[in-house]
Design a protein around this ligand. Sequence first.
Ligand SMILES: [Fe+2]
Length: 335
Amino acid sequence: MKKSIRMTVTMLSLLAATTLASGANAQDAEGIVVYNAQHEGLGNAWVEGFTKETGIKVTVRKGSDTQFANQLIQEGDASPADVFLTENSPAMALVDGAGLFAPVDKETLDQVPAEYRPADGRWTGIAARTTVFAYDKTKLTEDKLPKSMLDLADPAWKGRWGASPAGADFQAIVGALLQLKGEEATSAWLKAMKENSAPYKGNSVAMKAVNAGEVEGAIIYHYYWFGDQAKTGENSKNVALHYFKNQDPGAFVSVSGGGVLKSSKHQKEAQALLKWITGKSGQAVLKDGDSFEYAIAGDSNSKLVPLKDLDAPKVEASTLDSKKVVELMTAAGLL
Ligand SMILES: [Fe+2]
């Protein structure tokens, strides 16, 4: 009798120890959780490089800027996410506005030029991309190109251009337009866009349409063209890029963001990932990899028009108003 009680107690404590250990292992195996709304290839290249250098494991979940921003707000403190990475800043502004980010470590902020991060220090730029007019070079010569993105509202451009209005990339551009020119001008431009442009699902699809001669041009981000050129070039062989420059709304440079969730139970590891991405190794992934996005700390891929030559308009990335953008685009019949 005594013996069997002792055995039961031993077995129970063994069981408890095993349960505890497997709980700890499950957490170790998952490491930190990243909600990655950046392009999958770039997100994975960053995470793999980080794990290789630091030994910190990372689980990546895939989604889009808007989807993850809304999810994080809904999950609140119960979110399993430790880090959020985006393609554009409006999604960061949404999550920051909900008070969900922890302050970014000073060492990380110090690596990033002030123009690529918000003054509040609760998230940071991690990469950048520029707006371009991807045009059919078999149809348009330089003198026939729009001088400003705003020119595409002219009736002369009816049926001749396209974009991907439902995507976070394009909506960030509209956010910049709104900040630069105000609500009335933006709303008028969007209404003209509805009249003049063809909607495509994604920047790649819009570029393909230009390449196939469906439309003469499309407002997209630069790296879709460079990415295709680096592969077979089959979707961009008739396409060239026009940079508006001149601080035009069409020269908008969008900042991709990274932030650590306040609710993360792995603050140290999560902060380490942001530090790594904005540091030498993470920025080298942008310079040497196949994302063709701009580095914001250090040199970019030498094939790209240098960031400083883009003559981008001054836009405050942390206050791009995605809610107002959706409202205006819906009113214009674009969403
Ligand atoms: Fe994109």
